[in-house]
Design a protein around this ligand. Structure first.
Ligand SMILES: Cc1cc2nc3c(=O)[nH]c(=O)nc-3n(C[C@H](O)[C@H](O)[C@H](O)COP(=O)(O)OP(=O)(O)OC[C@H]3O[C@@H](n4cnc5c(N)ncnc54)[C@H](O)[C@@H]3O)c2cc1C
Length: 401
């Protein structure tokens, strides 16, 4: 029986602890007073635990570097995860786009399952304790050094998460600790993050708080549509947000990194050109436009045209009618940046996967250190992919201690 220390009590660390404690004595150390602080706020408190797809398809929705996880998923996949929760009387239910949530609709149920399994396996916890570094002797880790002293061990599993939402505890400590023992960290940046736009209407906050419902959203980079989705868009004091924007931010980030010009286009799904043209009867422009969107939106669109608002629609020249129709059907906003990584839901980048054994998730540099969760250079799209990556990699690293 080995003495195993798991650093981090998020979904990755807890799954690792559950698995490792089947054979070993396990101590979980976390800087927070409670476990799973980030997990509790996921999915708006409902926790989108997983995405019900076969591994091949699942990993297509993750970063290219996540191919590294094939071996881990060959040992414990989405089906195993669903079964794991079902066996603990926490069934998951599937919603649109294969997204799965606990039937209770509460992340607390997911955390409770993990904590109960830890308790059953007699996992020990040391909370409000920050691990500062790994103590290495003869190429092996022999202890972890914390703000409250040092703890000896035979194996360490690092599950300290990424750099996003640092108030939940994940502030990049794992990256620094692993760099100290020779590991490399790929470029870190935030995904699932709101977008910053410098358009005048955004800067003057005229649209702040407005939500356009059920629109088609496109990411346009160097004049080409590279990704699209449907959903709501929320205008904020700095730019655009809402679940669909967070989803698209992954592609926006990739294009911004290439220094491309990136636009978000908002297309109406409810209006069509023919109907709009046919509705242009003997009514003034200011009145005609009213039914076609929330008042602040149509006021904004009106402010974008130089046409006389008291002009009768049936007297407008054809080219003006068409330009009005285009204005209503599609509006684009240039994206200047995203909010910073600490405001992103997920960290892209992490510990370079070529330095980790894909089957065991052990470091290739220090053999008795395992690395799992968002700390790895693996991440998925919005939709339950990231918690699954954390839990699958946690499970596999715990299994191979
Ligand atoms: C608002 C929000 C909503 C999200 N919603 C979803 C969702 O619905 N579905 C989904 O799949 N993903 C979602 N995510 C992403 C998901 O939460 C993370 O990918 C996941 O929590 C990563 O798990 P982890 O165990 O690797 O890291 P974390 O959950 O970040 O846990 C890391 C733990 O390590 C501890 N730690 C860090 N450094 C130290 C140290 N030096 N010493 C001791 N302890 C330390 C931290 O305190 C923390 O408890 C969301 C993220 C956010 C911010």
């Amino acid at each position: 029986m080995k003495k195993v220390i798991v650093v981090g009590a998020g979904p990755a660390g807890l799954m690792a602890a559950i698995e490792a404690s089947k054979k070993h004595e396990v101590l979980v150390i976390d800087k927070n007073a409670m476990c799973g602080r980030k997990l509790l706020i996921t999915g708006n408190g409902r926790c989108n635990v997983t995405n019900n797809r076969p591994t091949n398809d699942f990993l297509k929705h993750c970063s290219p570097s996540s191919k590294f996880l094939y071996s881990a998923f060959s040992q414990f996949d989405v089906n195993h995860l669903i079964e794991f929760f079902e066996m603990q009387h926490c069934p998951l239910v599937e919603e649109h786009d294969h997204r799965m949530y606990p039937m209770s609709q509460q992340s607390q149920s997911i955390l409770n399952v993990l904590l109960k399994a830890c308790e059953k396996n007699k996992v020990n916890f040391l909370m409000e304790t920050t691990v500062e570094r790994l103590v290495i002797k003869n190429d092996k880790v022999v202890a972890v050094l914390c703000d409250k002293g040092h703890f000896e061990c035979d194996h360490v599993i690092l599950a300290t998460g990424g750099m996003s939402y640092p108030l939940t505890g994940s502030s990049g400590d794992g990256h620094a600790m692993l760099q100290m023992i020779g590991h490399s960290v790929t470029e870190l940046y935030g995904v699932e993050v709101p977008l910053i736009c410098h358009d005048e209407v955004i800067q003057t906050k005229k649209l702040q708080g407005l939500t356009l419902k059920d629109v088609k959203l496109e990411v346009i980079s160097n004049k080409k549509v590279i990704k699209q989705t449907h959903g709501d868009v929320l205008f904020t004091h700095f730019g655009l947000s809402g679940p669909s924007i967070l989803y698209l931010s992954e592609w926006v980030q990739r294009e911004l990194k290439k220094n491309h010009e990136v636009l978000i286009s908002i297309r109406s799904t409810q209006l069509n050109e023919q109907e709009l043209l046919e509705s242009m009867g003997p009514v003034v422009l200011a009145k005609w436009i009213k039914p076609f969107g929330p008042k602040r939106w149509t006021d904004y669109l009106l402010s974008e045209t130089t046409l006389d608002k008291q002009q009768l629609m049936n007297q407008l020249p054809k080219k003006d009618r068409l330009s009005l129709v285009n204005l209503l059907l599609k509006k684009t906003f240039m994206v200047h940046d995203t909010l910073s990584i600490d405001r992103a839901f997920v960290t892209a980048g992490g510990i370079k996967t070529s330095e980790i054994d894909p089957m065991t998730l052990k470091s290739k540099l220090v053999e008795n250190v395992s690395i799992c969760g968002e700390l790895l250079d693996c991440h998925g799209e919005l939709g339950g992919y990231n918690i699954t990556i954390a839990m699958v990699s946690g499970h596999v690293s715990g299994k191979h201690v």
